[in-house]
Design a protein around this ligand. Structure first.
Ligand SMILES: Cc1ncc(COP(=O)(O)O)c(C=O)c1O
Length: 365
């Protein structure tokens, strides 16, 4: 492949010395489980997002599930979210015994907030907006509906570290948010990792207990819990990388602007919105186009050595065998047949973006 979708190895080589030095220090000290490096990372992440607290967890899925459990959502409750997301967003609702209620998305691939209120029922307890592709949901509207119906808002900001809407960052709008540090994310660990952010001290404490077997002291437990801790070694590495996130965001936005410019005249391709449409600040976790004859385009790009990704799709999440195919979401279903994520990662260069854009133009000409 001449243009890889993501390049963890290349990124590692660029920061090898710093990472290996830190790893050596952590390993020699034997600081492996919930030590100072994890506390430092939690502190720095909370400052970056603009919340009072951050709690490192094993991955974003676990973070969202622990949050739902911590706020007391369970059987008989409904939680509103979208199908146009990674399956995990819907899965966590199912995992706590609640019912996912799905609303369609709008032109920016995110929750259509005009459709949100109609999905509220007397059983609705919470909304999980998903900041897909590094672009935030219209959170002022989500918060309005939540306030009117006394609902909790838990943000799935897995793809949106550093993105903001009206100057407030993803994760800092609702009662809590969750981030993924899956390796392909803007801030990626060397394996699975995630974090929960919140400014509600009691909620942060509850998630801290739940992630560590329900432990409240060396020998005391507050109830049942799980093992969903963030590895200390991963936290130490994430803390190094967190400092580089603003530069990486800048680089992604510059490259997205080149894609935008290059693809502007390709009528068969619809570009993503942004990067600065009014109140939005996008971090471009993904650069997702809607393409005519998407599968043909993907095959053409693969033949040219260019790696792309179809996600979510081609089968929409609610049409997978998870018992949710009674939802009719026309925009979501249409998007799953046309979306294509183009290469965009921390190591991608301008030349490669031009190569991808050129190959797309060749396909349609
Ligand atoms: C929108 C969204 N939500 C949740 C997740 C789950 O994150 P993790 O893999 O860290 O559990 C992901 C990961 O891809 C995601 O993109």
């Amino acid at each position: 492949m001449s243009v890889r979708f993501w390049e963890p190895g290349k990124e590692f080589l660029r920061i090898e010395e710093e990472v290996m030095g830190t790893m050596r220090m952590v390993l020699v000290a034997g600081d492996l489980i919930m030590r100072q490096q994890m506390l430092d990372f939690e502190h720095n992440l909370a400052s970056f997002v603009g919340t009072a607290d951050a709690v490192g967890v094993s991955n974003c899925t676990d973070g969202l599930r622990l949050l739902l459990e911590a706020v007391g959502i369970g059987p008989g409750d409904e939680v509103i979210t979208v199908s146009h997301t990674f399956m995990a967003t819907m899965a966590v609702i199912h995992q706590v015994g609640a019912t996912p209620v799905l609303v369609d998305v709008g032109d920016d691939h995110n929750m259509d907030t005009d459709k949100l209120e109609a999905a509220v029922t007397p059983r609705t307890k919470a909304i999980i907006p998903v900041d897909l592709n590094g672009r935030m949901v219209r959170m002022d509207r989500v918060m309005e509906v939540a306030k009117a119906h006394n609902l909790l808002v838990i943000e799935d900001s897995a793809q949106a570290l550093g993105a903001s809407y009206m100057g407030v960052r993803g994760g800092a709008w609702g009662v809590a948010g969750a981030f993924s540090f899956y390796p392909a994310k803007l801030l990626g660990a060397y394996g699975d990792a995630g974090a929960v952010v919140t400014s509600d001290a009691a909620l942060a404490e509850k998630v801290r207990e739940l992630r560590d077997h329900g432990r409240v002291s060396k020998t005391g437990f507050s109830g049942w819990g799980y093992n969903c801790r963030l590895d200390n070694l991963q936290a130490a590495i994430l803390d190094i990388k967190l400092k580089k996130v603003p530069d990486w965001i800048g680089q992604r936005r510059r490259l997205a602007a080149i894609y935008d410019e290059e693809l502007a005249d390709v009528g068969t391709v619809k570009r993503p919105p942004g990067p600065d449409g009014g109140p939005f600040f996008d971090i471009y976790q993904n650069y997702v186009i809607e393409a005519k004859n998407r599968d043909g385009l993907q095959a053409h790009l693969t033949a040219r050595g260019i790696e792309t990704l179809i996600s979510p799709g081609p089968v929409p999440n609610h049409k997978q065998p998870v018992g949710l195919d009674h939802f009719h979401l026309p925009r979501t279903e249409a998007l799953c047949a046309s979306v294509l994520s183009l290469p965009l990662n921390n190591e991608l260069g301008e030349e490669q973006v031009l190569e991808v854009a050129g190959a797309i133009k060749d396909f349609y000409s």
